[in-house]
Design a protein around this ligand. Sequence first.
Ligand SMILES: C[S@@+](CC[C@H](N)C(=O)[O-])C[C@H]1O[C@@H](n2cnc3c(N)ncnc32)[C@H](O)[C@@H]1O
Length: 326
Amino acid sequence: MPAASGPDDESKPFQHITVLLREVVAAVERAASLSTVEPQWVVDCTLGGGGHSEAILQALPQVHLLGLDRDPAALTAASARLAGFGERFVCEHAEFAELRQVCERRQLPPLLAVVADLGVSSHQFDRPERGFSLRLDGPLDMRMDPSRGPTALELLADVRLEDLADVLYEYGDIQRSIGTARILLEEVQAGATTTARLAERLAARLGRTRSIHPATQVFQALRVWVNGEYRQVEALLEQAPGLLAPGGALAVISFHSGEDRPVKQTMAELAKRGGEFWLPQRKPVLPSELEQQQNSRSRSAKLRVLHKKSHQDAEPDAPDDDLDDA
Ligand SMILES: C[S@@+](CC[C@H](N)C(=O)[O-])C[C@H]1O[C@@H](n2cnc3c(N)ncnc32)[C@H](O)[C@@H]1O
């Protein structure tokens, strides 16, 4: 299916350095070595600029790949990049919660792999009009899919102080959340309704207590709220394991603890319960020193992989003494 076109799909190239590229490809290769499913389909639920998808299609010539993204601009960019793969690549405008429905409608066989690289792309961050950036001034939008749902500014115009404090606490890990929520509402009501302006005002009012910009966690919380990100990750974790072929893999990259926690817990529970799934390792796969040096955004990345068993008891579970986070 052709990619949908979007409002910001014009000339500027899609800039995003793919994180944990070799490691994700290795997880799909392992699935291919364990699975006998034919034809082999991979769904990349976070197509973005197409970095993971391209590497998977290159490394596994027998694989067909469906890319999903809720951002029409990502579909446009990835379609252009991956056009050379012909019928092996298709993409669709959809979000995680629609994964099962899309696979059923397309009558895909059980999947070799489901891949998700959570969060926003650098492209989304770097376009001021998308409203994610602390530095580049733009409207307080923050929607990954600009075609639906309220913007950050619209949500802020209509939220109770206590509810906003919950958002800041739960999605941004902000401890003094009532005070921060009050400052945030005061500043928006006083006219700080663009991103860099609001970030500046928050910095002035909150003070710099850590090395990161004082508005970083506030912006993260607003972004997670606007995009319903935790609900989406829950839906992904609920739907993806049941779509896998025997031997198939679910590979998820997360960037902060609120994303990683449900991934870690769901995978551990599935591997414990009933013996249908197994974990190649309980600790997350982290970027190498070199990758962290070359791409600072990779520093907080954690990759977790879950496999569906290919034969009863064929694969050992990860050892029990290896339970903690890295
Ligand atoms: C980190 S980027 C992916 C980059 C990609 N792996 C690459 O190498 O180019 C995350 C992408 O996932 C999309 N996304 C995030 N949450 C989503 C969701 N719930 N449903 C669909 N797409 C989502 C974002 O719009 C963004 O384009």
